[in-house]
Design a protein around this ligand. Structure first.
Ligand code: SF4
Ligand code: SF4
Length: 186
């Protein structure tokens, strides 16, 4: 009985010592270090979290976060969607009857982007889509604070065509095809 009581007291003292140690250490708060600091991963004592979003941890320049698409530079080749292992990129293209412009790297654009959606709720941030893009117009940005309570808010649309434009461009292509077929049968 005496032995058990002493053991209980010793355990309580041990536990309290640890609690008091952490309590005093908590006077030191973590400081957000620059990612280039050689001691970035050094163990820090005290409170090891930062007061997000007031304080933010420094992140690498090449970090993989929110995707962005510069749609004016997209040739709608669908390579990114094909490379995506989780099928979170949905692209719908419409063929143009002639070249419709050039991207900033000089690639000729022959397709309209009727739909270009990325579901960031499914994205696993592998970066494959950015690697295969021939015009480098799909990139991973340093934006990571995109939390929302609605999953559908995480579907980002990058296409800029209006409903009417989509209808008109589709009609143009259908007419063009029909005229081509008619010319063949003449
Ligand atoms: S980063 Fe990976 S998972 Fe996300 S859209 Fe690109 S290919 Fe798909
Ligand atoms: S790979 Fe690049 S150019 Fe091709 S559809 Fe995707 S974003 Fe556009």
């Amino acid at each position: 009985m005496l032995k058990t009581t002493i053991q209980g007291l010793l355990t309580a003292v041990k536990g309290l010592t640890l609690t008091i140690k952490h309590l005093f250490a908590a006077r030191t708060a973590r400081r957000s270090k620059d990612i280039k600091d050689p001691n970035y991963f050094e163990r820090q004592d005290g409170v090891t979290t930062v007061q997000f979003p007031k304080e933010k941890m420094s992140i690498p320049e090449v970090a993989r976060y929110q995707l962005d698409v510069e749609i004016d530079d997209c040739i709608v080749c669908d390579l990114c969607a094909k490379a995506c292992p989780v099928d979170c990129i949905t692209i719908e293209s419409i063929k143009a009857t002639e070249a419709i412009g050039k991207t900033s790297d000089g690639s000729v654009k022959r397709l309209y982007a009727a739909q270009f959606d990325i579901d960031m709720a499914k994205c696993m941030y592998c970066g494959l889509c950015t690697v295969v893009c021939p015009t480098e117009c799909i990139t991973m940005t340093n934006q990571y604070d995109k939390s929302t309570s609605k999953l559908t808010d995480l579907i980002y649309g990058f296409a800029e065509m209006s409903e009417q434009e989509i209808v008109d461009r589709k009609a143009e292509w259908t007419k063009f095809q029909a005229e081509k077929e008619a010319a063949k049968t003449k």
